[in-house]
Design a protein around this ligand. Structure first.
Ligand SMILES: Cc1cc2nc3c(=O)[nH]c(=O)nc-3n(C[C@H](O)[C@H](O)[C@H](O)COP(=O)(O)OP(=O)(O)OC[C@H]3O[C@@H](n4cnc5c(N)ncnc54)[C@H](O)[C@@H]3O)c2cc1C
Length: 420
């Protein structure tokens, strides 16, 4: 029997992963608008230094099936380094406090420590109501002092909005969840890290996350430099770039769907999809002073950058000169002139080498987003169209979550094939 064929729009981690999962049972073709694979995880070389165009992209997962799947394609011992996260918070008074802050209260000034202790005692005494938004979550969990000292200024820089307006629904697994007992225990015993997904991580010895994307792209039929502007449903097939496909997996941006889809009616979703909120990121590659950190968080309200990702410390091959390289991150668009003004206020005397702005980096959900997109997914599924990925599903996926979603979807598609 001839294999069914599947078109995948988008060659980021989601599209590459689902293609790998389905390659044996289907004829798969990926369409990618860029000239290379990777989407958000792409890297360039600037004067020989590795430049993550977005973020710093390290890998780990809590899902064992994702880890097993991932390591089939890579040699963990030869091609990767494993690191324990060493991160710090650079406070406005010029002091460094180790990350996560709640485990390092003992490093603060005496009046701050006393005030945090009294907050923790009152959290234990008074049962807090269920938090309804990010502000309430952080305030109830850590108390007034830590909230005002770090969580509020840092999170306001990232989200660029009132934290009362940031819902909690989609941040599951990304937020620190220590109980008061754990905070006290961790401070008494100098426990460094909670069991967060990237508290230990793997990083390629060469070429950063571009190495991951290039390897995952291997063996898949990928048409580069083809931005899909029309996905037409006709005679029970999908016409993509002049070819007919039985199934279509869309890993691009759901906001594009109403404009590029033809032959099925999704007009009732147009206004909800258009209203979806998001943030972009300006990533600035810099040379910086030597330091031992992976990430440095910047809660200082006097400048806009919110973290320094010391990518030069992730792999020796990332920095080729005498200086360490790093990516300094700003939420949304920052002009070149403003970047240079801002850099003067940031620690480690950064020297600007390159910068770029990516419009879609952080999807923002509200209370209705999942339900609305769930209905859209159900509707298009009837026509063998699947939505997968960070901006197709508007989910705050890390790479491993995107891979997990690809594994789950491929199982669903294979099961449907068997039951037909
Ligand atoms: C600042 C930042 C830091 C991060 N750090 C980490 C980290 O350290 N570890 C981690 O695990 N995750 C991290 N992530 C998350 C990670 O980047 C994502 O989970 C992952 O890249 C999502 O991949 P995707 O394929 O879903 O989306 P994308 O990477 O956005 O891929 C979509 C692809 O589709 C293509 N495309 C779109 N429309 C079309 C079209 N019409 N036709 C053809 N092609 C199209 C795009 O060009 C792109 O290649 C980070 C994210 C950000 C923003």
């Amino acid at each position: 029997m001839e294999k069914e064929n599947i078109a995948i729009v988008g060659g980021g981690i989601s599209g590459l992963s689902v293609a790998k999962c389905l390659n044996n049972d289907f004829r798969v073709k990926v369409f990618e608008k860029d000239s290379r694979p990777g989407g958000l995880v792409k890297c360039d070389r600037i004067n020989g230094n590795l430049y993550h165009k977005v973020g710093g992209h390290v890998f780990n997962s809590r899902r064992q099936d994702v880890l097993d799947w991932f390591w089939q394609f890579f040699n963990r011992d030869i091609e990767f380094s494993k690191a324990v996260r060493n991160s710090s918070i650079y406070m406005p008074d010029g002091k460094y406090i180790a990350y996560p802050i709640e485990n390092h209260i003992y490093m603060m000034e005496e009046p701050v420590i006393k005030s945090i202790i009294s907050d923790i005692l009152s959290i234990v005494k008074n049962e807090c109501p269920e938090p309804a938004n990010l502000e309430e979550f952080l305030y109830y969990r850590f108390g007034d002092t830590l909230y005002k000292y770090y969580f509020q200024p840092y999170n306001e820089k990232i989200w660029r909005k009132d934290l009362k307006k940031v819902p909690l629904s989609w941040l599951g697994g990304k937020l620190p969840m220590p109980t008061p007992e754990e905070i006290i225990y961790n401070n008494f015993n100098h426990v460094k890290e909670m069991n967060m997904v990237h508290s230990t991580f793997f990083y390629p010895k060469n070429n950063g996350s571009q190495f991951l994307a290039d390897r995952l792209a291997g063996g898949t039929d990928i048409a580069y430099n083809i931005g899909i502007t029309l996905m037409e449903r006709t005679n029970n097939v999908w016409l993509i770039n002049g070819e007919a496909f039985d199934k279509l997996i869309f890993c691009g941006n759901v906001k594009d769907l109403p404009r590029i889809i033809k032959g099925i009616d999704i007009s009732s979703f147009t206004s909800s999809v258009e209203a979806l909120e998001y943030h972009g990121t300006t990533s600035v590659l810099c040379e910086i002073d030597e330091n031992p950190f992976n990430w440095v968080y910047l809660p200082n309200r006097n400048y806009l950058a919110h973290r320094v990702i010391c990518t030069g410390n992730f792999a020796k091959s990332n920095s080729v000169g005498k200086k360490l390289t790093a990516t300094i991150e700003f939420t949304d668009y920052i002009s070149e002139e403003d970047i240079d003004k801002q850099l003067q206020q940031i620690p480690f005397t950064p020297k600007h080498l390159a910068h770029s702005y990516t419009q879609y980096t952080y999807p923002i959900q509200n209370e209705d987003t999942r339900e609305m997109l769930g209905r859209l997914k159900e509707l298009v599924l009837k026509d063998n169209l699947y939505l997968l990925g960070r901006f197709a599903e508007w989910e705050y996926y890390n790479m491993d979550a995107a891979m997990g979603a690809a594994i789950d979807l491929s199982k669903q598609i294979r099961q449907m094939l068997l039951s037909n």
